[in-house]
Design a protein around this ligand. Sequence first.
Ligand code: AMP
Ligand code: ZN
Length: 111
Amino acid sequence: MEECIFCKIINKEIPSNIVYEDDEVLAFKDINPQAPVHIIAIPKKHVSSVMETKKTIIADIFDAIQKIAKEQGIDKSGFRVITNCGKDAGQTVNHLHFHILAGANLGEKIV
Ligand code: AMP
Ligand code: ZN
């Protein structure tokens, strides 16, 4: 089976701008940033979306997000975390991922 693009990033088969890595989580700069800070955080284990994930993965991801926010200096100014799940949300990469957006007023909330 063809490996997904984020698994290729994890395996260093394609380049990325990595900002954080531990045993369970990798985070890298989004290739098409929608804010001054736009980081993608993913579990190293391939799961396709929120509908496939387990509690431990979510705990690992949010633990990493806290560390990333401090390292990026956005822990006090604030940031937004988004995950798209499925067609109507516009999920384009079927490897669970969390967008971390910050660095400017992010505008209106949609929820
Ligand atoms: P989503 O629409 O929620 O599935 O988001 C997928 C995100 O992955 C988009 O914001 C893309 O810009 C980003 N993306 C896709 N390929 C790469 C890549 N090779 N390196 C970094 N970010 C990527
Ligand atoms: Zn994958």
